[in-house]
Write a protein that binds this ligand. Structure first.
Ligand code: KG4
Ligand code: ZN
Length: 339
């Protein structure tokens, strides 16, 4: 079966063609121009998706060696994400499905991330723990099957990636901040500043807003009156901040490993591209004799391969969406079943 996947939830336009379990084509166009605005501008994002989606589809078809008529199923992200951006991909996908008379599946973006480990050679085995760390979400999940996803914890305020982006802005690095913070942190001393890790009533929940404020206070206190922050101090702040985020993510994951019967751990989402987080997660899994699945960085950030894969599993479980399927602004709240 040849599945066409389309992803346009934020600032990446992506098209993938998955044939059974082989990825025949995967193209991603990142909207780098948002850097100039310090964050994603929704209207500009929608327009950029609209401009590039058709050429990107043609590029993917050419790479795959297939014709549109060879596609058997079309899957597109329907949310959560920026509503205008989502509507571009979703409407394009529905139009294709209608004109080609092929089945269509709308995919939840987070579910795409959760199962992105299946794009790797060594795949997750059920039941597994999934730590989803992206720009909009931080979720710890007990994944029992393709249809049973139990939520253990989530963030009560900022997402992990959002914290990286905000601290990056404070240090004058720009957007998106994750990779820039990581680069700076690699040159800094992570033990220089003791930034706090939040303690919450639900031991699987996360909070990064206090940490973000501590970084801000530290900068305001030590570099008052717009005093320039020396490069080496920026590196120490980035490293100490990164250490605090990673330790919060690992603390809850370790707690979940102790309390839930899981075969392995899967670390997914944009922040999973972070080298230190990947390394620390591998160490944690060795400690508990679990295997770990972390997608290659191409599949950590937003991509259509994960949408095609998730679309395929939904189709195989009997799901069919009609063309009334719409983009929902957000269904984060209580979307996954509580554990
Ligand atoms: O999954 P994703 O591409 O988009 C969302 O669904 O939100 O995640 C984007 C987030 C951004 O906040 C970005 O700063 C973060 O992932 N990120 C990183 C790294 N690369 C991207 N965070 C930490 N370290 C990285 N190397
Ligand atoms: Zn994402």
């Amino acid at each position: 079966m040849n599945v066409l996947g389309i992803e346009t939830s934020c600032d990446e336009t992506s098209v993938a063609i998955l044939s059974d379990n082989k990825l025949l084509a995967h193209v991603i166009a990142s909207q780098d121009f948002h850097t100039n605005f310090g964050g994603v501008v929704p209207e500009l994002s929608s327009r950029a998706h609209l401009q590039i989606i058709k050429p990107l589809l043609n590029q993917a078809l050419e790479k795959s060696g297939l014709q549109l008529s060879d596609i058997d199923l079309i899957a597109a992200t329907a949310g959560p994400g920026l509503i205008g951006a989502l509507l571009v991909g979703l409407t394009f996908a529905k139009g294709l499905a209608f004109s080609l008379n092929k089945p269509f599946i709308s995919v939840n973006h987070i579910e795409g991330h959760i199962f992105s480990g299946f794009l790797m050679k060594d795949k997750p085995e059920f039941p597994f723990l999934a730590l989803v760390v992206s720009g909009g979400h931080t979720l710890l999940l007990h994944v029992k099957s393709f249809s049973q996803i139990m939520q253990l914890g989530t963030t009560v305020d900022d997402a992990a990636g959002e914290a990286f982006d905000k601290v990056s802005k404070m240090l004058g690095f720009g957007y998106p901040g994750g990779a820039l913070i990581e680069q700076s942190a690699s040159k800094g001393d992570e033990d220089k500043i003791n930034f706090p890790v939040a303690e919450l009533k639900n031991k699987y929940n996360f909070s990064f807003s206090g940490l973000k404020t501590s970084v801000l206070r530290y900068i305001q206190k030590n570099y008052a009156n717009n005093k320039i922050i020396p490069e080496s101090d920026k590196n120490d702040i980035a490293a100490s901040f990164q250490k605090a985020v990673i330790s919060a993510l690992l603390k809850n994951t370790e707690e979940a490993i102790k309390n839930f019967d899981v075969k392995n751990i899967s670390l997914v989402g944009g922040v999973a591209a972070n080298t230190k987080l990947r390394r620390e997660m591998k160490k944690l899994s060795v400690k508990y004799k679990k295997s770990v699945v972390i997608p290659d960085s191409e599949y950590c950030g937003d991509n259509a391969a994960m949408i095609a894969f998730r679309g395929k599993t939904l189709y195989e479980s009997g799901r069919r969406d009609d063309l009334k399927a719409t983009a929902y602004p957000s269904l984060d709240e209580n979307y996954f079943e509580p554990s």
